[in-house]
Structure formats: C-alpha cells, structure tokens
Design a protein around this ligand. Structure first.
Ligand code: NAD
Length: 232
C-alpha cells in the first residue's frame, strides 16, 4: 500500500487489514501506521527504494497478493503559469511512482492465485480540471497504465483497476477555500463530500474474491459528480 500514512491511503490500510496482513509505505508516518503490520518510509519516485521495499515484504511473507497505489500530490496552477518543477513533481509521484510500484510488484502478483492491483486515480483524470493540468494528465495516464497492465497480467489471473474519487475529506482537500468547497458540494448530486472510508470500501471490493471478473475498469466514487451537467 503506497501513501498509507494518512487520508484515503490510511483508510484503505485499515479496511484491508480486516482481511489481510498489510504493509504500508509513505514519505512519513507522523500519525502512526494505523492497522498496518509493517510500515516503511519510501518515496515512490525512487524506483530502487520501491524495489527494496517490495523485496523485503516478499522475503518476509513469501509473496504478495494485493497492491494498492494511493500516494499522490497536487501542485495547482493554471497551465500557462505552471512551473516546470510543479509539472514534473506531480507526474513523478502520481504517474511514475505508480509505474515504479507496478513494475516492482508485477512478478510477485503473477505468482499469486489472487493477484489484485488497484490504483487511486481521480475523476479529474477523466474530465479535466481547471488549474490541474499536471494532476489531470497524471491521473488520466494512470487509466492507460492500468488498462495496459490489465492486458499484460490477465493471463496470470491478476486484475488491475482504478478507483476514481471525487471530492473526499482528507488533508489534501482541507485547505480548499470554503467557497470552492461549497461550489463542489453544490455540483455533487449526493450533496456532500465523500469520506476516505467510502473510497476504501470500493478498493476493498476490488481486492476481494467477489471482483475476480472485473479488470481494466475505472470505478468512480464521487457522489455522482461526473454527472454534473447531465439534465435530469
Ligand atoms: P493526502 O495528501 O492526505 O495523502 C497522500 C499521501 O501520499 C500522503 O500521506 C503523502 O505523504 C503520500 N505521498 C506523497 N508523495 C509521496 C511519495 N513521493 N512517496 C510516497 N508517498 C507519498 O491525500 P488523499 O486525499 O488521501 O489522497 C490519496 C490519493 O487519492 C491521491 O492519489 C489523490 O490524488 C487521490 N484523490 C484524492 C481526492 C480527494 O478529494 N482527497 C480526490 C481524488 C483523488
């Protein structure tokens, strides 16, 4: 589990730990590691560090079955004012970090009899978002990555899917100005922000045996926000 230290990642750790032994990686764990049995400080943009972390877990546990990538950052600017560094860091964490993880775990998932790979994307990768060219491009890239991995890993029975949250209450969104928050809620048919546990429940389903015939899909968890503009 990447990005397991807080927010949606932490909620996923706690949900998966109800059925499984869980190892979490993140840049840090200032609030502890929740229900994770192992945790380590790993930067997902460092492919060698990711490889080492995966080796340690698979050596200790003899393999792995489910891998969830939730590490992510935002650095918002309108496109024509986007600094190189903020374009690059968002692509590095949100897309290359997921690729680094998928490449490291793929050989182990192929040996599992219940291999599951789940990426936490975003509805903004499906529809675009003002001020988030870097983030939307990275999250859209995740969908192409997941679909390709779904094809490559299907012969080994491994499924690969994306969960695409809408507006979820986490440290990532807590500093959003109140008018923006209210406007987002107003455009959400269910009329509220989501909870990290609601994203975690979707991830848990996609890791479960019940989802074994679902691969290469994107599951929005967005209170209907993608329907914005659709006439009732
Ligand atoms: P968050 O900021 O609370 O948590 C993100 C976690 O990722 C943090 O613990 C952070 O330390 C970790 N992380 C960042 N860079 C990392 C790196 N290089 N290596 C390892 N870990 C790193 O955010 P969140 O809201 O819980 O978001 C989790 C995921 O959900 C992200 O991928 C985000 O893009 C996605 N998402 C969030 C929302 C939302 O509304 N909160 C909506 C759509 C998608």
């Amino acid at each position: 589990m990447t990005g397991g230290g807080r927010g949606i990642g932490r909620a996923i750790v706690d949900a998966l730990a109800e059925d499984a032994w869980v190892a979490a990686v993140d840049l840090g764990f200032p609030h502890g590691a929740g229900a994770a049995q192992r945790h380590a400080e790993v930067d997902v943009t460092d492919s060698a560090a990711v490889e080492r972390a995966v080796s340690e877990v698979t050596r200790e546990r003899g393999g792995l079955d489910w891998v969830v990538c939730a590490a992510g950052i935002t650095r918002d600017h309108v496109s024509w004012k986007m600094p190189d560094a903020d374009w690059q860091s968002v692509i590095d964490v949100n897309l290359t970090g997921v690729f680094n993880t998928a490449r490291a775990v793929a050989p182990h998932l192929r040996k599992s009899t219940a291999g599951r790979l789940v990426f936490v994307g975003s509805i903004n990768g499906l529809r675009g978002k003002f001020g988030q060219a870097n983030y939307a491009a990275a999250k859209a890239g995740l969908v192409g990555l997941a679909r390709t991995l779904a094809l490559e890993l299907a012969r080994d029975g491994v499924t690969v899917n994306v969960v695409a949250p809408g507006f979820i209450d986490t440290p990532m969104t807590e500093n959003l100005p109140e008018p923006l928050r209210a406007a987002t809620v107003a455009r959400t048919p269910l009329g509220r922000v989501g909870r990290p546990e609601e994203v975690a429940a979707a991830v848990r389903f996609l890791c479960s045996g019940e989802s074994g015939f679902i691969t290469g899909t994107v599951l929005p968890v967005d209170g209907g926000q993608l329907l914005d503009g659709v006439q009732a």
